[in-house]
Ligand binder design. Structure first.
Ligand code: NDP
Length: 334
């Protein structure tokens, strides 16, 4: 079976050379373990941070060892009571075609109503991140203006829709005309700014005439520099991510400090958070998101590349905006 290992730590943008495919035997299984076939694999921007060896909230990947992340898999051999062959499960595992796991490392998915891949997107980490960032930190209110960056992505697309459910006016920042059309026409955002062909500051000023009350921050850098001056007093900023800085080379300047003064001046609350901080509320959020999706009140998109060999391409594409909604790789048919 094939496995993907980290060949070396990238300095700047990762390339196909960052990854190496190797062949390994399918692992041996004990009686109390199950054998899984990987069906879907999630690639996520935070994985770029794990390719560096700087200390963070999650351990770096090791050079020469497999990368890992959340996957959806099917049980193909089981002698344990809890799981039977054919069951669809999710867990965090190495990027490889087959996996041996203990049942307590897995969550079984209900496969009857929604596509199983949604467990890696709207009903997985991205959906929960949007939910807690927007509802627990952003706390949008009726009539307020919310801006979401990377608004057509896995987290941003859900965050914006959730803000609208609280009665807010939502404007998304995106990197293409197609994405602008998508968030307005399919997701129902009120407006969009395309940072690749518009001046973000001017665009937002026109499209947010009452200023910005919540900025759901996914990108950082120059795009966000144009947002800060438009934030209203007592605005809230769920600081979810800063993808524009993830691929800075070691000799490039970090511009983070530029944001501090405007924040102090307007007493803005900017709070960093990690979705895991809210784990005790996961089941309630999961129920609410599931209901919204089932009632067709929460739309989601998935960009799926087919084939295990396309995992590196899918990951790198996150940094050039190749995805709409959740970027996934389909590794095998159930
Ligand atoms: P997305 O699905 O949004 O994919 C990445 C998108 O980011 C691309 O499609 C692209 O869209 C945009 N992008 C890429 N490079 C840049 C750049 N240099 N400047 C501006 N935009 C860029 O990813 P996710 O929804 O999975 O993640 C969104 C953010 O949320 C990330 O920053 C991620 O790290 C963070 N996150 C944080 C979590 C937490 O617990 N705090 C949990 C999960 C995610 P476009 O074409 O519009 O440029």
């Amino acid at each position: 079976m094939r496995q993907i290992i980290l060949k070396g730590r990238p300095d700047g943008m990762p390339s196909l050379d960052t990854f190496q495919f190797i062949n390994e035997d399918v692992p041996d299984r004990n009686q109390d373990e199950v054998l899984l076939k990987t069906l879907y694999l999630s690639v996520d921007p935070y994985m770029r941070g794990r390719m560096s060896d700087e200390p963070s909230y999650v351990k770096p990947f090791e050079v020469g060892k497999p990368l890992n992340g959340r996957i959806i898999a099917q049980v193909i051999e089981s002698k344990v009571d809890k799981l039977k062959e054919g069951d669809i499960v999710t867990g965090i595992f190495p990027w490889q075609e087959y996996i041996v796991a203990f049942p307590n490392e897995l969550r079984r998915l209900d496969v009857h109503e929604l596509p199983i891949s949604s467990a890696l997107g709207v009903l997985g980490t991205p959906g929960l991140t949007a939910y807690f960032g927007m509802y627990h930190i952003g706390e949008p209110k009726e009539g307020e203006t919310v801006v979401v960056s990377s608004a057509a992505g896995a987290v941003g697309s859900i965050a914006g829709q959730l803000a609208q459910k609280r009665g807010a006016r939502v404007v998304g920042i995106v990197g293409s005309r197609t994405k602008a059309d998508y968030i307005i026409e399919t997701l129902g955002f009120d407006d969009a700014v395309n940072y690749k062909n518009e001046d973000v500051g001017k665009g937002l000023k026109t499209k947010c005439p009452d200023g910005i009350d919540v900025y759901f921050e996914n990108v950082g850098g120059e795009i966000s520099d144009d947002v800060w001056p438009l934030l209203n007093t007592f605005a809230r900023v769920p600081l979810c991510g800063a993808i524009s800085a993830y691929n800075l080379a070691s000799d490039e300047e970090d511009i983070g400090t530029r944001v501090q003064w405007p924040f102090l001046k307007a007493r803005i609350k900017m709070q960093g958070f990690i979705v895991g901080d809210y784990s005790e509320h996961f089941s309630d959020a999961y129920k609410e998101l599931t209901q919204l999706v089932k009632k067709d009140e929460l739309h989601f998109e998935e960009t799926i590349l087919e084939g295990f060999d396309r995992v590196p391409e899918a990951f790198i594409g996150l940094f050039s905006g190749d995805n709409i909604g959740k970027q996934l790789v389909k590794v095998a048919e159930p």
